[in-house]
Ligand binder design. Structure first.
Ligand code: COA
Length: 155
């Protein structure tokens, strides 16, 4: 992974209340608001037991976020990958994925599984994931594809 963060940007796990607020706001803005879903719909019951990463800009606002959960000791899953519209295409998503993959490897996972929105499939292919199958429709319109990537022991 040869991508670098823009100047003044930082990758970190949210820790303060302000960071958590900004983290979920960005998840909601990208993945829920365009479908008129209410605030809170961007969260699930696993938030406290999962690993979160975000990229903050020079104003300490989250511009990108993503979550990793362990489905089994060997299989991790990436969920809720979101980069603000105006920040897309700057490799922030790739940098986040790399961070989540390093964490999965550290946790002992040998594989990452995910459910990709159709528009994001080329992004995940670019990150080294393979398509498994066409899966579900979210909100009656967003087609998903299951994808996976085998992790190397050293990254
Ligand atoms: C999908 C998403 C996370 C990718 O993050 P990003 O920061 O925009 O992606 P990157 O800049 O790291 O892209 C990495 C590579 O994938 C390619 N890529 C990214 N999104 C793409 C798309 N929709 N179509 C085609 N190629 C794409 C980029 O061109 C880039 O290739 P390059 O290295 O040759 O320049 C982000 O665009 C996003 O949040 N989209 C909206 C929400 C969404 O669909 N989330 C995923 C839910 S499963």
């Amino acid at each position: 992974m040869n991508y670098f963060l823009p100047k003044n940007y930082e990758i970190k796990s949210p820790s303060s209340d302000k960071e958590w607020e900004s983290y979920f706001e960005t998840r909601w803005k990208v993945l829920r608001a365009p479908w008129n879903k209410i605030k809170g719909s961007e969260r699930d019951e696993m938030e406290e037991n999962t690993f979160h990463l975000m990229i903050i800009d020079g104003n300490f606002d989250a511009v990108a976020c993503g979550r990793l959960q362990m489905n089994t000791p060997e299989v991790a899953q990436v969920r809720y990958m979101a980069v603000l519209d105006q920040e897309q295409g700057k490799h922030l998503g790739s940098i986040l994925m790399h961070g989540l993959e390093v964490k999965a490897t550290t946790n002992g996972a040998s594989k990452i599984f995910l459910q990709a929105r159709e528009v994001a499939v080329p992004f995940y292919l670019n990150c080294g994931y393979s398509i498994l199958e066409k899966t579900f429709l979210l909100y009656d319109e967003i087609q998903h594809y299951s994808m996976e990537k085998l992790l190397l022991k050293e990254q």
